[in-house]
Design a binder for this molecule. Structure first.
Ligand code: H79
Length: 425
């Protein structure tokens, strides 16, 4: 008992937001990085850059005046909000967060407080965020904006650009007052209810200033959840580092964010996409620790989601149609990771996510203290025979069919209170 309880991280949230339940149930989100960097596609003046496509302005130290010219070529005529939202729905995604403004400073929406926007500076002249907010709402996919609140390479007083502007002369307060706060207010008033505002890289504000920023924004949409990168411990849920899963189950609401290939923003020469099998195992692994996976895609400058992102997301969605019960609305599994895979749980049910089927057909579930009612494959509900040996369950899988990447089995049991606490509310 003691050992089991020690596997829980004791991190706690000071004051819990009252609209966290949908987030805890969601388990699978879609992150979208889309901006002028998507048009550059990882290349500048014939040189290819690797890493993160959305960092190319920084990597190539592109002067603001030159970077502004990219907007004139950015015309995403293939953009189709309904197709993006439909892909999210087909993939089994429950929430979408898209870059309204990344570090480059370009507003991907119709902002009145800047001229550096998709509506004013690009030939596209339309607001794609409006269309996406509508398309996701129609499909009951929750919608939110990523907003880089401190880093803004386009602005004299924004964080980060030290190749054009002198860092010692920056007035961050002025930048917040003139751009970041007014833009955040636009986003929170012009697109209907936002489920999430995803802040990134805090800076330039004291704890009291961050608190008053958060309060003034929450006042506009109290139900909206703010990510932990708003800074100063003031977020409503926790984000881990980019592409990080915690080693043990974590209490409270949290999220792991992952790139699909090796970049957030589109890079033409990055083909290192995770297969659907890898996505499914990642999703199950994050869920087994009690968190959400928000997986990123990087559409190109024309507005197309890369072929492999579509393909592997759709395959993931097909797996979720059959196995979603073992992912959505689950809590962390109370049996720790095993050589064969991981576990998730609901009251009276333990889901066994078997990544590696045992060679001898005997699956060992150790340390299970309750009486077992039945064991069955989630797909098809076929019952399986099993033996008890003290607190172990040994399940006979010899007649089971293997699913791609993750075959799920369900242990239904009574005496919930004999199991270690797994409720992470
Ligand atoms: O939006 C994505 C990143 O652009 C942003 N957060 C995620 C969600 C982010 N901002 N800062 N960082 C991540 C950390 C900075 C990483 C860097 Fe690099 C390492 C900057 C320069 C070296 C990665 C690799 C970017 C360029 C090369």
């Amino acid at each position: 008992q003691q050992a089991m309880e020690n596997m829980w991280d004791k991190t706690s949230v000071a004051k819990e937001h009252r609209d966290l339940q949908w987030f805890k149930d969601a388990r699978f989100g879609l992150f979208i990085h889309w901006g002028l960097y998507s048009q550059l596609a990882g290349s500048w003046k014939g040189k290819r850059y690797y890493g993160s496509g959305e960092w190319i302005m920084h990597q190539a130290k592109i002067p603001v005046k030159e970077y502004e010219q990219v907007a004139k070529e950015f015309n995403p005529t293939d953009f189709n909000a309904d197709a993006w939202a439909q892909l999210a729905e087909d993939a089994g995604i429950k929430y979408m967060v898209i870059t309204a403004k990344h570090h480059e400073g370009f507003a991907m929406y119709d902002s009145r407080v800047s001229d550096f926007t998709i509506v004013k500076a690009s030939p596209f002249k339309k607001d794609p965020m409006k269309a996406l907010a509508d398309a996701t709402r129609k499909r009951n996919i929750r919608f939110g904006f990523y907003y880089s609140q401190f880093v803004d390479w386009h602005e004299t007083n924004g964080g980060g650009n030290e190749w054009d502007f002198d860092a010692n002369k920056k007035n961050y307060q002025l930048y917040y007052q003139q751009k970041a706060i007014p833009q955040l207010k636009e986003l929170l008033t012009q697109y209907g209810p936002l489920s999430i505002v995803w802040f990134d890289l805090p800076g330039g504000l004291s704890k009291a200033e961050t608190q008053s920023l958060v309060d003034s924004l929450h006042a506009l949409q109290p139900q909206s959840l703010f990510s932990s990168r708003v800074g100063q411990g003031l977020g409503d849920y926790k984000d881990f580092g980019d592409s990080e899963v915690p080693p043990v189950p974590i209490k409270g609401a949290w999220e792991s964010i992952y790139t699909h290939n090796d970049s957030w923003g589109y890079i033409e020469h990055d083909m290192n996409f995770k297969t659907s099998g890898e996505i499914i195992q990642l999703l199950a692994n994050v869920a087994s620790k009690g968190g959400n996976l928000m997986l990123n895609v990087g559409p190109d400058g024309k507005g197309n989601i890369p072929y492999y992102s579509k393909k592997y997301l759709e395959e993931t969605g097909k797996w979720l149609v059959v196995n979603g019960e073992s992912i959505y609305s689950t809590t962390a599994g109370f049996i720790p990771a095993q050589p064969w895979g991981v576990t998730t749980a609901k009251p009276g049910k333990l889901f066994l996510h078997v990544f590696n089927m045992p060679q001898n057909g005997k699956l060992l579930v150790p340390g299970f203290r309750s009486g077992v009612d039945k064991v069955y494959a989630l797909a098809g509900k076929k019952q399986l025979s099993f033996k008890r040996r003290e607190n172990d369950i040994i399940i006979d899988l010899s007649a089971s069919t293997k699913a791609p990447a993750d075959t799920v089995f369900v242990v239904e049991y009574t005496d919930d209170n004999k199991q270690p606490a797994y409720d992470i509310t």
